[in-house]
Design a protein around this ligand. Sequence first.
Ligand code: SF4
Length: 314
Amino acid sequence: MLEAAAIRAMFEKDQKVNYDWVLQQEVKTWQQKARRPRILMHSCCAPCSTYTLEYLTQYADVTIYYDNPNIHPRAEYERRRLVQQQFIQDFNGRTGNRVQFLGAEYRPSDWLKQTAALKNEPEGGARCRVCYNYRLDRVAAKAHALGFDYFGSALTISPSKNAQVINALGLEVQHLYSVAYLPSDFKKRGGYARSVAMSKEYDVYRQCYCGCVFAATKQGVDLAAINREATAYVAAHRDRDYSGIQFHIAPAKQAGAAALPPATQDTATPAIAGETRAAAIAPSGGAAAAVPLGEAVLAPVASTTGAAAGGRHV
Ligand code: SF4
C-alpha cells in the first residue's frame, strides 16, 4: 500500500506530486515481480475510461466500476452506463483484452444528502471534493468486498478535475477498507489527448457536462433536451447484450471467493445491493450468467433549466 507521506517525500517541498510518475513506479514493481494485479477502476463515463484502459490493461486485469449517483437526470445516468458497456465490449473486441464491468444501482438521494448544502460551490470546489470522496469510498468498499488488489478512479484523466485532491482522498480512503489505492494522473503524457482520439475512433458519446444538476444548471445546460436525448438513446440500446463483459470472479481467484458475500446477501455493501452482477455467485468453474438486480427504470426529469448544451466534455 502506497502511503501519502512516503509519496510526498519523493518530491521537493514546493513541488507538486506527479501522480502519473508514482503510478509508473508502481507498475515497475509489478513488472519486477512478474505480477499482474486485479484493479477495480471507478469510471464516470466511457471517455474517461478510454486511455485509462489502454494504459492499465498492459499491466493489470481491470474491472470498470460504474457508480455515479451524482449524474442527473436518471436517463443520462443510464445512457452513460450503456455507452460505458459498449465501449468496453468494443475495446475488448479490438484489443483482445478481458475488461469486465460492474454497475451500481442509481441512488442519487444518498449523494444529494452529502452535497446539497454545497450546491452553490463552483465546479472544482468543495462540492466536488465531497463528490470525489463519496465515489472513492464506494469503489474502495467494493474492491475490498470482492478481493481486488487495488481500487482507483479514471477521474484523474479530466483536465477539469484536480488530480492532487482526488489522489489525496484515495490515499486516505484506502485505510478505511484495507485495500490499496492506485494513484494516477491519466491526463499526463498525452493521456487526455489520447482519450479524445480514442473516443473518436470508437465513436463514443462525449457528454457536455460533468454530471450533477448543480454544475449543469450553472453551465446553462438544457437538461430537458438532455433527458429527451438520453431517454431515446436508452430506449434504443437497453436490450443490447453485454453479458460477455459482466463482472465475474476469475477461476484463479475462486478458491478465495468463499470469503465473499453471496449475491443474495450483499449486506457487506448494502448501498450497492442493486448492482448488475454475474458469476460471483456461480459455482466454481460455472458460466458467467449475468444477474440483473434492481435494474433502474427511467423516471421523468426533475429539472429543466438553461440554454442548449455546449460541446464541452468534463
Ligand atoms: S461538478 Fe462533477 S465532480 Fe463536481 S459535484 Fe458535480 S458531478 Fe461531482
